[in-house]
Every structure is written in structure tokens, then in C-alpha cells.
Design a protein around this ligand. Structure first.
Ligand SMILES: *[C@@H]1O[C@H](CO)[C@@H](O)[C@H](O)[C@H]1NC(C)=O
Ligand SMILES: *[C@@H]1O[C@H](CO)[C@@H](O)[C@H](O)[C@H]1NC(C)=O
Length: 200
């Protein structure tokens, strides 16, 4: 009798804690991403990709002159609530000045708020931040030039790839230029490039 009631209690708790745990995860995800999901876009402008005809850039068969700037930090700042509004402020200011193209980072290799945590491992949270940046830019009609790696050390870049290959024992050389010729690193980078390219 005692045994059986104990068993029932244990059974009850066994169900209660997973439900509580699941509810906490849902609540956590809602608090983390809820505001991203709730952004409403009025314009939903459709922007075609910029193409090339000879030595000219073209959009929809018309000449396109780039008037651009660099805000490498958009994705990083889009990760957290308190810094996210800076992206819209910057894009709106730029649009008012007649700028048309922004170069920004679509990579962050193993650094703070990394998109690619380690080779082939991505942080979904940071992908959502990148989606947010793209949606915000479209809203004001600004095109993005998305960089996929850095020659400098900031945000990971080629040095990080060399370190990854070296620490996994597959790197041919510790030279930072081995990014360009090491077959293992080329595979890392090709695998990386597929992920953001396929999601746009
Ligand atoms: C490319 O430019 C040439 C010369 O200006 C023009 O004749 C041609 O129609 C253009 N092609 C496209 C696809 O825009
Ligand atoms: C690669 O670059 C990093 C950062 O600039 C530097 O600390 C390191 O010494 C370089 N490695 C080699 C082998 O030159």
C-alpha cells in the first residue's frame, strides 16, 4: 500500500517536472525571441539582386550606382534586445542620406555572439539576428553586401579557421595564409558558405 502510493507520487512528479521544464523552455524562448517574431513590416518591398553588365552594376536591367557604407556590427548588435534598435536607427539615417548599399558581416567565427561556434556548428539565435538585419534593411530599401569572412582577426576570420584546423590536427600549417590553400580549411569554409547562402 505504502509502496504503491509512493510509486504514484513518484509517477506524478515524473510527469510534473518535464512539463514544468518544457514550459520554462517555451517561456524562455518566447522572452528571448518573442520580440523578433512580433516585428511587423508594412512595406515588404521586394528588392532584386544586383547584377552586372560589362563593367556596370545593374538592377532590373537598369544601371545601378552604389552609394554605400560599412556597418559591420549589425548582426552582433541584433542579438540582444538593448542593442537591436540601433540597426533601424542607422538604416533610417542612411536611407535619408540617400545611401543604397550597406556592407555588413554575415559571419562571426568563434567570437562573442558567434554565428559559427566551431566548424559547421551554428548558433540559431545569431541566425535569427541576421534574418532581422536583412528584414530591417529591406524595409528601408537598402541592399546588403554580406561579407562571409575577415582577413583581419576581428570576429574570427581566416586566423580562426587556421586555429580550428590546427587544434583539430588537420591543419597543414600554422601560417594564417593557409586559409587560402589548406584543403581542410577550404572544406570548412565551403561548408560554412553553404549555410547562410541557402537560407537567403
Ligand atoms: C548590357 O549593356 C549593353 C551595352 O550598354 C546593352 O546593349 C545590353 O542591352 C545590356 N544588357 C543587359 C542584359 O542589360
Ligand atoms: C596569425 O595571426 C595572429 C593574429 O594576428 C598572430 O597572433 C599569429 O602569430 C599569426 N600566426 C602566424 C603563424 O603568423
Amino acid at each position: 500500500m505504502v509502496k504503491s502510493s509512493k510509486y504514484k507520487m513518484a509517477g506524478g512528479n515524473g510527469l510534473f517536472f518535464p512539463i514544468l521544464g518544457f514550459a520554462s523552455i517555451v517561456a524562455f524562448m518566447y522572452l528571448s525571441f518573442g520580440d523578433l517574431f512580433s516585428v511587423n513590416y508594412k512595406n515588404e518591398i521586394s528588392l532584386s539582386f544586383v547584377g552586372r553588365n560589362g563593367s556596370n552594376f545593374v538592377v532590373d536591367d537598369k544601371l545601378f550606382y552604389i552609394n554605400g557604407w560599412n556597418s559591420y556590427w549589425f548582426m552582433d548588435h541584433a542579438v540582444h534586445d538593448h542593442t537591436r534598435p540601433r540597426i533601424r536607427a542607422m538604416l533610417q539615417a542612411a536611407a535619408k542620406m540617400g545611401l543604397t548599399v550597406c556592407r555588413t558581416w554575415a559571419f562571426n567565427d568563434g567570437d562573442y555572439n558567434a554565428l559559427q561556434i566551431s566548424p559547421g556548428q551554428f548558433d540559431e539565435r545569431v541566425f535569427k539576428a541576421l534574418d532581422f538585419v536583412i528584414a530591417e534593411a529591406r524595409e528601408v530599401g537598402i541592399r546588403l553586401l554580406l561579407s562571409l569572412v575577415n582577413n583581419l582577426d576581428a570576429y574570427g576570420g581566416k586566423t580562426r579557421y587556421v586555429k580550428w584546423a590546427w587544434s583539430e590536427g588537420v591543419g597543414l600549417s600554422s601560417s594564417n595564409d593557409s586559409f587560402f590553400y589548406d584543403p581542410s580549411i577550404r572544406i570548412y569554409f565551403k561548408n560554412y558558405v553553404k549555410v547562410p547562402s541557402n537560407s537567403f
